[in-house]
Write a protein that binds this ligand. Structure first.
Ligand code: GLP
Length: 244
């Protein structure tokens, strides 16, 4: 695992976009694993800008998103499907039929998890997985647990995640209590992983996840096992790791 420092969110976003840019230039038909949340928004803005300048072509790119809230249809403005269209898919030339997310309103959750895993496999796996990280060290919606999750799962969100994510909803009551999420094993199977972590509220997760023991209690720590993982951390998120 390689840790790259950035002074602030802007620099972090630029550096992350550089990695994705290089991936797509080297392999125009890359399968990108994509993430939501506030962390990757700046990265997506950078990518959109490079696309507008004519330097980045998404016409052959395929994307699979990490997760989706259970109970929200794609049309819901709080769904991750909607988020992706607003921040990336609607702004670049990726083909809508090449973008995949778990179906939040699937009638049979187990069948949906199996379908999503089979889909990722049929695409040949993920070339580059983009990740953010929750305050409690969760990645995707893999919450702290007693063992690392495997494939796509239906997950119960913790109070801390509901609390952290309520800023996107009218109130905490409206935050769905469950979500579909790629598992840790799925994430680690990606050929490359790029994680962006910004802000003081992630400092504890950074210290525990990047420098502490590898444990399912801090899902981020699983990335230490990956041979091709880059984690870009801004100064605010790194501040507990700086030796004084
Ligand atoms: C959600 C998403 C994660 C994301 C996390 C952090 O829980 N499922 O993929 O990394 O939020 O979000 P933010 O980047 O807004 O802090």
């Amino acid at each position: 695992m390689k840790i790259v420092r950035a002074k602030d969110y802007q620099e972090l976003s630029r550096k992350a976009a550089n990695v994705i840019f290089a991936q797509v230039v080297y392999k125009p038909d890359s399968v990108l694993g994509l993430a939501t949340g506030s962390s990757p928004i700046g990265t997506y803005q950078e990518l959109v800008e490079r696309h507008r300048q004519g330097d980045l072509d998404f016409s052959e790119v395929v994307s699979v998103n990490l997760d989706e809230y259970r109970g929200l249809p794609a049309s819901d403005p709080q769904s991750y499907d909607h988020f992706m269209r607003e921040h990336l898919f609607g702004l670049v030339n990726i083909k809508p039929e090449n973008t995949y997310l778990p179906n939040g309103v699937a009638a049979d959750p187990n069948a949906e998890c199996a379908r999503y895993d089979a889909l990722i496999e049929s695409l040949g796996g993920v070339d580059l997985q983009l990740l953010g990280c929750g305050r409690n060290g969760h990645i995707g919606f893999n919450e702290p647990a007693d063992c690392f999750s495997k494939g796509t799962q239906l997950v119960d969100l913790t109070e801390s995640t509901i609390e952290a994510n309520k800023r996107f909803f009218a109130s905490a009551d409206e935050v769905p209590r469950q979500a579909f999420s790629m598992g840790i094993r799925t994430i680690l199977h990606a050929r490359r992983i790029l994680t962006v972590i910004s802000g003081e509220d992630k400092a504890q997760a950074v210290r525990d996840g990047l420098f502490g023991p590898i444990t399912p209690q801090v899902p981020l720590s699983a990335l230490q096992l990956h041979p091709n993982a880059i984690v870009i951390v801004d100064d605010a998120a790194f501040h507990l790791c700086v030796q004084r």
